[in-house]
Design a protein around this ligand. Structure first.
Ligand SMILES: *[C@@H]1O[C@H](CO)[C@@H](O)[C@H](O)[C@H]1NC(C)=O
Length: 165
């Protein structure tokens, strides 16, 4: 086979196997969260947690609960960045908040994507970027809390240890 054809065939094989079994080809995470509390409360909890974990302080004993940076915030959409404390990889995160049941409940669609395009394995970091904020702000204990995600939607979700990553 011609070298270029060989290369393309190999690329195609890697691409399809990645799509079929290993989850997203690029390190990223998408999670749907549901709460039996108003979006206003969810919004305030998330924003104050992002601000609380702005500095390096939360990571002196390890973990990733630090170096969050709020980019923009409205009650419908929050955008932020998270930098890993040692390697300094940057992930973009966002939360889209939609009220339902006459503003008594809140549906949050959250996304985290590594800016490094070649990051394929992330040890669940993109999931933890989102989950740590939910847990740190106490929202995982909120009324009606429900999480929907999977290894297909989140790189290495099932092996993620958010104490470390
Ligand atoms: C996650 O990592 C921490 C720190 O290394 C460890 O103590 C804990 O047992 C781990 N949790 C799981 C579920 O593996």
């Amino acid at each position: 086979m011609h070298p270029v054809h060989w290369f393309l065939a190999a690329l195609l094989a890697v691409g399809t196997s990645g799509l079929c079994c290993a989850g997203p080809l690029h390190a990223q995470c998408k999670v749907e969260w549901y709460f039996g509390i108003p979006c206003q409360v969810v919004y305030e909890s998330l924003v104050s947690q992002i601000k609380k974990w702005r500095t390096m302080a939360g990571c002196t004993m390890g973990g990733q609960k630090c170096l969050y940076k709020l980019q923009s915030a409205s009650v419908h959409f929050i955008a932020a960045k998270h930098t890993t404390p040692f390697e300094r990889y940057v992930d973009d995160i966002n939360f889209r908040l939609v009220s339902y049941h006459f503003f008594t409940c809140c549906h949050v669609s959250a996304m985290s994507i590594s800016e490094t395009w070649y990051a394929i394995k992330d040890h669940g970091t993109n999931y933890c970027n989102l989950y740590n904020l939910m847990e740190g702000s106490g929202l995982t204990e909120a009324r009606g809390y429900k999480e929907i995600t999977s290894d297909f939607l989140c790189t290495q979700r099932s092996s993620a240890n958010c104490t470390v990553y």
